[in-house]
Design a protein around this ligand. Structure first.
Ligand SMILES: *[C@@H]1O[C@H](CO)[C@@H](O)[C@H](O)[C@H]1NC(C)=O
Ligand SMILES: *[C@@H]1O[C@H](CO)[C@@H](O)[C@H](O)[C@H]1NC(C)=O
Ligand SMILES: *[C@@H]1O[C@H](CO)[C@@H](O)[C@H](O)[C@H]1NC(C)=O
Ligand SMILES: *[C@@H]1O[C@H](CO)[C@@H](O)[C@H](O)[C@H]1NC(C)=O
Ligand SMILES: *[C@@H]1O[C@H](CO)[C@@H](O)[C@H](O)[C@H]1NC(C)=O
Ligand SMILES: *[C@@H]1O[C@H](CO)[C@@H](O)[C@H](O)[C@H]1NC(C)=O
Ligand SMILES: *[C@@H]1O[C@H](CO)[C@@H](O)[C@H](O)[C@H]1NC(C)=O
Ligand SMILES: *[C@@H]1O[C@H](CO)[C@@H](O)[C@H](O)[C@H]1NC(C)=O
Length: 405
């Protein structure tokens, strides 16, 4: 053994074993309020091959059980951690938990590893019943979805039954299905995130929201193969702003009312959005035969570039070839479209309001909507059926049916 190696070993063996991480001094504040639980100190390897699931579980257990007022679970930069499906459950002692993802997290690429795990089938990384959670960092969460798009239905990140959640800065890519699903949660703030998946990857919604109130999503860039943001039943008081969306299907409320279901969505405010090459833009879609409502919705300050159908209400939504006609419908009312500009594809009506004859759309208000065809010599068109309301300012193409009764 040469001297260099023996000195190295001696130093290694005599170094104190890290019990708690103190090498992340930049994350410490100087009072003892904050405690950092680093996944590497709990055995994570971060080589992109070793399964680090148990280390993450242990680090979470320590973070969640910590009695410090604001503990941090830290995933360090410069490493790639392979995780199998995993739930970070509450309730935790602290109501202010930081979850800092500076490294990258990847899903197993082989389908069999994604079987149900502890009864969690629909998602990969789940936060459940955590009250007061701040998820942030410069890392990427990679669903490795390309192996999955054909035959899987998994979401990358599920936030369920949580209250007071901040999610910021992270990047998400290639989910097998939805990238982020928020459900049965309230006071959720999402900002400065990036979500990317190919435009032809099926059902890869950026963010899906259901059964949530008080959700704020802003300053984010989302391009996927399905809705950038989709809003499901029992959602209210949602504020969505400063989003760049595309490719994808746009920002959608629905679909609601399938198979006679009751759908309830209200107080959704979408503003300062760019739709780039999306198949739809500001969309509301409901199935025939449903009940309930979509109401008090605002879409404003929206810029479209080559969006196929920038404004669409479709009360005849049907994702299979044959749907039967019904007289009942989810009622759509009090929807404002204000200051919507840009280009649409000439292949479809730029403005499509297809409402139910028996349950028409009411109080649809348009103010300054100017959409031009992206092809010279082609005019943007309107399709309008059973939609009523009023217009103000410049409306191109005209939507005269709104004011006829
Ligand atoms: C942190 O805790 C240690 C031991 O519990 C104590 O000696 C130290 O003074 C504390 N530091 C601050 C800034 O409170
Ligand atoms: C969340 O954590 C990040 C990184 O530590 C910090 O910059 C941000 O201010 C925190 N947000 C909240 C709401 O505490
Ligand atoms: C979020 O993004 C906006 C717009 O790009 C930027 O002004 C803001 O500083 C960012 N915030 C953080 C916390 O990075
Ligand atoms: C809706 O959101 C606003 C903030 O935008 C908040 O002040 C209000 O309390 C929320 N309403 C409900 C019913 O939670
Ligand atoms: C939608 O929400 C309403 C109101 O809470 C509820 O009554 C209904 O059952 C929900 N519909 C579905 C399909 O979950
Ligand atoms: C229509 O919706 C807007 C925006 O949510 C709301 O401020 C307004 O009160 C609603 N109007 C009626 C008549 O309910
Ligand atoms: C459903 O209604 C539409 C529009 O009124 C009509 O064209 C279509 O034939 C109807 N379909 C069936 C199956 O009755
Ligand atoms: C509508 O457009 C007109 C002319 O472009 C502008 O003066 C007006 O402020 C706009 N209305 C709103 C509510 O922004």
């Amino acid at each position: 053994m040469d001297t260099f190696l023996s000195v190295f070993l001696l130093l290694t063996l005599t170094a104190p074993l890290p019990t708690q991480s103190f090498h992340n001094n930049h994350l410490h504040n100087n009072n003892n309020d904050s405690d950092i639980f680093d996944v590497v100190d709990h055995g994570a390897i971060g080589d992109g091959h070793t399964d680090d699931t148990q280390a993450f579980k242990d680090a979470w257990e320590a973070t969640c059980m910590s009695s410090s007022s604001s503990p941090t679970m830290h995933i360090p930069t410069g490493k790639t951690f392979l995780l199998n499906p995993l739930t970070f459950g509450g309730e935790c002692k602290s109501k202010s938990i930081n979850f800092v993802i500076d490294g990258d997290i990847i899903a197993p690429s082989e389908p069999p590893s994604w079987r149900c795990h502890n009864n969690i089938c629909g998602a990969w990384i789940v936060f459940y019943e955590v009250d007061g959670l701040n998820i942030s960092g410069s890392g990427t969460i990679d669903g490795q979805g390309s192996n999955w798009w054909d035959y899987s239905c998994k979401n990358v990140l599920d936030i369920a039954h949580c209250n007071n959640v901040h999610l910021s800065k992270l990047s998400f890519k290639d989910s097998p299905q939805m990238h982020i699903r928020l459900q049965t949660s309230t006071w959720v703030y999402i900002s400065n995130i990036t979500i990317t998946a190919p435009g032809d990857s099926p059902n890869t919604d950026g963010i899906h929201i259901r059964k949530c109130t008080n959700v704020f999503i802003d300053d984010s860039v989302i391009g996927t193969g399905d809705d950038c943001i989709s809003i499901g039943n029992e959602s209210s008081n949602l504020t969505i702003s400063r989003i760049v969306c595309g490719p994808g299907h746009g920002i959608s409320i629905g679909s609601l009312g399938q198979a006679g279901d009751d759908g309830q969505v209200e107080y959704v405010h979408v503003s300062d959005v760019q739709f780039k090459g999306t198949t739809n833009g500001a969309r509301i879609k409901t199935w025939q035969g449903g009940k309930g409502y979509v109401r008090h919705i605002v879409f404003e300050r929206i810029m479209c570039t080559d969006a196929a159908q920038p404004i669409i209400i479709d009360q005849f939504y049907c994702d299979h070839t044959r749907c039967t006609n019904h007289t009942s419908a989810v009622q759509v009312s009090n929807v404002t479209y204000s200051n919507i500009y840009g280009t649409s594809s000439y292949t479809k009506p730029a403005v499509k309001l297809a409402c139910s004859e028996s349950v028409p759309c009411t109080d649809i208000f348009m103010n300054n909507v100017t959409l031009r065809s992206n092809r010279d010599g082609r005019k943007a068109t309107t399709y309008c059926l059973d939609a009523y309301g009023r217009v103000q300012g410049e409306i191109v193409p005209p939507v005269p049916c709104l004011t006829h009764r």
